[in-house]
Design a protein around this ligand. Structure first.
Ligand SMILES: [Zn+2]
Ligand SMILES: [Zn+2]
Length: 169
C-alpha cells in the first residue's frame, strides 16, 4: 500500500509540493471475477497545495485493468485517466465535505484513494469490445467467433450442443 507521510512535507500558505509516486493498486473482485491493474504499481503525479484554511491534494494517474469480459470471458481491458482531488480543512468542524477519508495520522492513503476512484470510474460491465456478442445461451460457444442460431422449435438443447460439436469435428 502506498502512503504519503505529510510530516515530511512542510508547506506554508500558498506553497505546493509536487512528486511522482508509484501507487500500489490491489486487484478488484467484480461479480466474482478478478480484475488486475497492470502494472500494479501505477505511476502517478501528486500535488499538495497549502491553502489558507486547509490542504488540497491532487492525484493524476492512468489505470489499466485486465480481466474477463462480462459476456464472453475473453480478456478485456479497461483503461482510464483519473484526475482526483481531495481537500482537508484545518478546522473542519462537523462537515464531512471539508475532510478527506484517506487521511489519518498525517498519512494520506494513496492506494485506497486510487482504488475508490477506479471503482467509481468503472462501467457497469467490462467488455472485450462494445458490441461483444457473448456466449451462446444454448451451447456455450463464443458467438464472436462462431455466430450461429439454434432452431427455435423446441428440441433438446443438449442435442443441439452435440450437433454443434459434430459439425466442428
Ligand atoms: Zn467479450
Ligand atoms: Zn449455440
Amino acid at each position: 500500500m502506498t502512503f504519503l507521510d505529510l510530516r515530511s512535507i512542510k508547506l506554508r500558505s500558498g506553497e505546493e509540493y509536487r512528486d511522482e509516486q508509484e501507487v500500489g493498486l490491489q486487484p478488484l473482485i467484480l461479480g466474482g471475477k478478478r480484475y488486475v491493474p497492470v502494472p500494479e504499481q501505477v505511476p502517478a503525479e501528486l500535488v499538495v497545495t497549502r491553502a489558507t484554511t486547509g490542504t488540497v491534494f491532487e492525484l493524476r494517474l492512468r489505470v489499466r485493468l485486465h480481466g474477463p469480459c462480462y459476456r464472453c470471458l475473453e480478456d478485456a481491458v479497461f483503461e482510464r485517466d483519473l484526475e482526483l482531488r481531495e481537500y482537508q480543512a484545518d478546522s473542519p468542524g462537523d462537515s464531512d465535505e471539508l475532510t478527506t477519508p484517506y487521511l489519518a495520522n498525517d498519512r494520506l492513503d494513496l492506494s485506497a484513494w486510487g482504488r475508490d476512484a477506479l471503482v467509481l470510474a468503472l462501467p457497469d460491465k467490462i467488455l472485450c469490445k462494445p458490441d461483444c456478442a457473448g456466449l451462446c445461451p444454448v451451447c456455450g460457444l463464443d458467438l464472436n467467433r462462431e455466430p450461429h442460431e439454434h432452431a427455435a422449435s423446441g428440441g433438446d438443447p443438449r442435442w443441439a450442443a452435440l450437433a454443434e460439436l459434430r459439425d466442428r469435428l
